[in-house]
Design a protein around this ligand. Structure first.
Ligand SMILES: [Cu+2]
Length: 400
């Protein structure tokens, strides 16, 4: 699959930032990017100077160390690594899931005793261990307690010290169903430390056991249970299985590379955009759109305003607009049968134009675009030559 192109992701990320009111970005951190925590000397000095008493600051084995201000980490808890908690909103036309909630990086190698800072760049996250204490199969080393962060505010952070060597699979509790997972490798690991595939751990699951991470069948089952309308629906977002079973998150790769980006993980997942319900997403040939002046009017699949022409005869199955007229007023054409959007009450029919293309008619009126409309909502053709008119949802010309 193709990961979202950089421009889209960047735009989306910026757009995302705007979603959280009152959130100031930390330009230095953003400029340096992920993995640059060690070079944040300036920030650290400030933190050291302004933190009143750091002697008592401790990282709890269960609850870690939360702080509402990521710039205000106690001097004796300075992190060795940083992981950011991101939400990327996707352009609906990108062919990807509507959003990804993810850890950046998604794979990380640290030394035993290292402190990792998890920075909240977006709201409503936790960093939680797969542990029976949280109702899930253990995917952290034996002896590690069921640790979890609280939900920390945006621009806050949570610190945790990873003491025990081994492989840690982590999830964000609110976004677990969306595949917000990461894998942390502490110390030296070998092939035997590679966690079971999520699919395999579902095979051995029995009722009453702690759950393995969610896999697609489970999510689709939930979706179908939720409402009959969802029957047969497919899970459109990532799943923990897809993320944790991604080859990019193989323990050996994480060890070799130090960090594995979310984009690398996405690159392993073939489901996008192929199995996104593209057919369902394809807009109807004729839809209804609210216009500020004309009310509910008929628009094309691209939401551009449609018009009828007074010189046409209703129901005649022919167009009186060709040549230079057709350049100014391009016909709405289809291949195959036209489809009607939900609120369209007009009957849609088609007829063959002189050039062999198939034009759509609503309530017997051949439909046209106007070449000087530039974007949805434009209706510059209304009343031109006292002959071109937009149409209501039932196909009646609106002559006002
Ligand atoms: Cu989350």
């Amino acid at each position: 699959m193709t990961p979202p192109d950089e421009e889209t992701t960047e735009e989306s990320t910026n757009g995302t930032t705007g979603e959280w009111p009152g959130v100031e970005r930390r330009p230095l951190l953003k400029a340096l990017g992920v993995g640059a925590a060690l070079s944040l000397g300036t920030t650290r000095t400030t933190a050291q100077e302004t933190t009143p008493s750091t002697d008592e600051a401790q990282i709890d084995a269960l609850y870690g160390y939360p702080t509402p201000d990521a710039k205000d980490v106690p001097a004796d808890l300075q992190p060795d690594h940083e992981v950011e908690l991101h939400i990327v909103l996707n352009d609906p036309e990108s062919g990807h899931a509507s959003f990804y909630a993810h850890f950046e990086p998604t794979g990380l190698h640290v030394d035993p005793g290292d402190i990792v800072q998890f920075t909240y760049d977006s709201p409503e996250h936790t960093i939680t261990a797969y542990h029976p204490g949280h109702g899930f199969q253990r995917r952290v080393p034996d002896g590690v307690p069921p640790f979890s962060s609280p939900v920390v505010n945006v621009d806050g952070a949570w610190l945790y010290r990873f003491e025990e060597a081994g492989v840690y699979d982590l999830f964000c509790s609110p976004h677990h169903v969306f595949g917000m997972n990461m894998r942390l490798v502490v110390g030296d690991a070998d092939e035997g430390d590679q966690p079971d595939s999520v699919a395999e751990s579902w095979e051995t699951w029995e009722e009453g056991d702690p759950f393995p991470p969610w896999e697609p069948a489970g999510l689709e089952f939930e979706l179908n249970e939720f409402s009959e309308q969802n029957d047969g629906a497919e899970w459109a977002w990532l799943t923990p299985q897809e993320v944790l079973d991604a080859p990019s998150l193989d323990v050996s790769r994480i060890q070799d590379q130090g960090t594995v980006s979310f984009e690398a993980v996405l690159g392993d997942i073939d489901r996008y955009p192929d199995t996104l319900p593209e057919a369902d997403e394809a807009a109807a040939t004729v839809q209804v759109r609210e216009h500020s002046e004309h009310g509910s009017i008929l628009v094309g699949p691209d939401e551009m305003t449609l018009y009828m022409f007074d010189n046409d005869t209703q129901g005649a199955g022919e167009s009186s607009c060709s040549g230079s007229c057709a350049e100014a007023w391009p016909a709405l054409t289809v291949e195959g049968e036209p489809t009607a959007g939900e609120q369209v009450e007009a009957e849609l029919t088609t007829f063959e134009r002189e050039d062999g293309s198939t034009q759509v008619a609503a309530n017997g009126w051949p439909l046209y675009y106007f070449a000087r409309d530039e974007e949805p909502g434009d209706a510059n053709g209304q009343g031109v030559n006292d002959a071109w008119w937009v149409l209501g949802s039932d196909g009646t010309p609106i002559k006002s």
